[in-house]
Design a binder for this molecule. Structure first.
Ligand SMILES: NC(=O)c1ccc[n+]([C@@H]2O[C@H](COP(=O)([O-])OP(=O)(O)OC[C@H]3O[C@@H](n4cnc5c(N)ncnc54)[C@H](OP(=O)(O)O)[C@@H]3O)[C@@H](O)[C@H]2O)c1
Length: 227
């Protein structure tokens, strides 16, 4: 059994999630690396690949059951996310079917994993950590036009963060939203400012918080971000 704890990472097939999963494994965590296609994690050292589609309840429940076999999740990184197809343009013209798909992944997917692991996280008590990977594009104080499905989904994820943090406060579990910045992944594109490692650092910060660290906040690079 790992000394650091057991962490579930969604969207670990590539990008920020993969970096977070491999870094935590190297740090001595037991990492359940969730991927829609776990074959993408074949040969990745130190992680336990698990099939995870956050929009599929059975898949989410199976990951929670697998985490129990390892003694229960002490941390959850809700990283899986999508921008959506053809929903980067004006919010007034977006196809609501696709908006719904973005919400299913970015909001309800994170919500479902959190619910499935609540009992385990409560049992972890003050060791418990939840990091919801959000985005500055969900900042109400910096609202712009376009990419409405993504922006609105991240605002919802932020409110999920605050409400869940309040509900888990008495257990000592720390729940925060973090923005990785603009990162060179399939989502961010090659012109993005940050390397994957630089973006993942903001997420890892939330997992590595000391027991008396903040909860219910929104951060980038360990610094508070305005909502
Ligand atoms: N890149 C940026 O500039 C940036 C900026 C701010 C916030 N973020 C946030 O950072 C997180 C990671 O993004 P990224 O840049 O690493 O993107 P990415 O390279 O496109 O990776 C997205 C990950 O999410 C997974 N995923 C998508 N739908 C899923 C589902 N239904 N179930 C499980 N996994 C699913 C993908 O799995 P598959 O391989 O199976 O598709 C992939 O592992 C996202 O929440 C994103 O919103 C990114």
């Amino acid at each position: 059994m790992s000394t650091r704890g057991v962490v579930v990472v969604s969207g670990a097939s590539r990008g920020i999630g993969r970096e977070v999963a491999t870094t935590l494994a190297a740090d001595g965590w037991t990492v359940l690396a969730g991927a829609r296609d776990p074959a993408t994690l074949e040969g990745v050292d130190g992680v336990e690949p698990v099939q995870l589609d956050v929009t599929d309840g059975a898949s989410v429940r199976a990951v929670a059951a697998r985490a129990s076999e390892f003694g229960g999740a002490t941390a959850l990184v809700n990283n899986a996310g999508i921008i959506g197809e053809n929903v980067r343009g004006p919010v007034l013209e977006q196809d609501l079917q696709e908006v719904r798909r973005v919400f299913e992944t970015n909001v309800l997917g994170a919500w479902a994993l959190l619910q499935a692991l609540t009992r385990q996280l409560r049992a972890a008590g003050p060791r418990g950590r939840v990091v919801n990977v959000s985005s500055g594009m969900g900042q109400l104080s910096d609202a712009q036009s376009g990419a409405g499905a993504y922006r609105v989904s991240k605002v919802a994820l932020n409110m999920l963060t605050v409400t869940a943090a309040n509900e888990l406060r008495a257990d000592g579990v720390l729940v925060n939203a973090t923005c990785p910045g603009w990162v060179q992944t399939d989502m961010g594109g090659p012109q993005a400012q940050r390397t994957v490692a630089e973006g993942a650092a903001s997420v890892l910060w939330g997992v590595r918080l000391p027991d008396d660290g903040p909860t219910g906040g929104f951060f980038r690079d360990g610094e508070p971000l305005p909502w």
